[in-house]
Design a protein around this ligand. Structure first.
Ligand SMILES: [Zn+2]
Length: 282
């Protein structure tokens, strides 16, 4: 809402230009490859200073399909992988790791009292969510009827736009987590970890006993994501104000690679309207 308030202070001509750009961006996937090329050029090369990478149409189609249909495909696919035994074991491990992190925060002398109490309190309230816990109100309101892929896209776009319009003047609760193909993701909007049933199972998690492999694989993943509860984006700058390549460090670790197997694609997907509704972090 703060951004919308700022917009109202801009001249009308600028607002009209902005609206034109937004409409064009929202339509680009229904236009020609020239529009996809320009979108990539503007966002990656102009704004982020990356090297020129021509659009590979096949990869873009797969990306767009995933971006639009992911909640439904993930829900259908992942729901078939759940097992109460896996979830029990994962919840026990999560409880252990969370308790340990809270204790570590309590013992951390370098944190001032107020921040320490706030951090410990927030971490202790972080929840773990599985596929059955992310029955999104938003998602459940739309039941896709059988039909073509294009018909599904139109239904989704209509639904998302109608929800967005309905929120004007009536902001709803924060964006929800919904089923996705990330291995594990922390959502700051609901202070919860989403863990995929693909991860909460052997070989990452040994249900019988919590051995070294379970702690090294599943425990590390949980710990990493749980830490986002107090540091949602990591620390972007070091003490000398130089940018830290946090993600670069992160991807060298196997658990992180598990947590963000499609990091570049996600980054592209995170920008459009669909992902505004989901808060993810690598
Ligand atoms: Zn992370």
């Amino acid at each position: 809402m703060r951004n919308i308030d700022l917009l109202t202070e801009q001249p009308l001509a600028d607002l009209k230009s902005y609206a034109r750009v937004e409409v064009m961006e929202a339509s680009e996937t229904f236009l020609t490859q020239t529009f996809l090329d320009e979108d990539r050029r503007f966002h990656r090369e102009i704004l982020e200073g990356e090297d020129h990478q021509p659009v590979a149409l096949a990869a873009s189609c797969a990306d767009l399909t995933l971006g639009s249909l992911e909640p439904w495909v993930a829900k259908a696919y992942l729901a078939a992988l759940t097992s109460p035994a896996n979830e029990d074991a994962a919840r026990r491990m999560f409880g252990l790791v969370r308790t340990n992190l809270v204790q570590a925060i309590d013992r951390a002398a370098w944190i001032d009292n107020q921040s320490r109490r706030a951090s410990a309190s927030k971490v202790s309230q972080t929840r773990l969510q599985f596929i059955g816990d992310v029955e999104s109100k938003r998602l459940d309101k739309l039941v896709l009827t059988p039909g073509s892929f294009r018909a599904a896209l139109v239904q989704i776009a209509t639904h998302v736009n109608a929800e967005g319009l309905a929120e004007i003047g009536h902001p709803s609760s924060p964006p929800e987590l919904y089923p996705n193909f990330g291995g594990a993701i922390y959502s700051r909007n609901v202070n919860a970890l989403w863990v995929s049933p693909e991860i909460a199972r052997p070989p990452y998690l040994d249900m019988g006993r919590f051995g070294a492999v379970s702690f090294g694989a599943f425990g590390t993943l949980i710990g990493h994501e749980l830490a986002h509860s107090v540091s949602p984006d990591g620390i972007g700058y070091d003490a000398g104000a130089a940018p830290r390549d946090v993600v670069g460090d992160c991807t060298r670790c196997v658990q992180c690679a598990v947590a963000m197997p499609r990091a570049p694609a996600r980054r592209r997907q995170e920008r459009p309207r669909e992902q505004d509704r989901r808060s993810t972090s690598p």
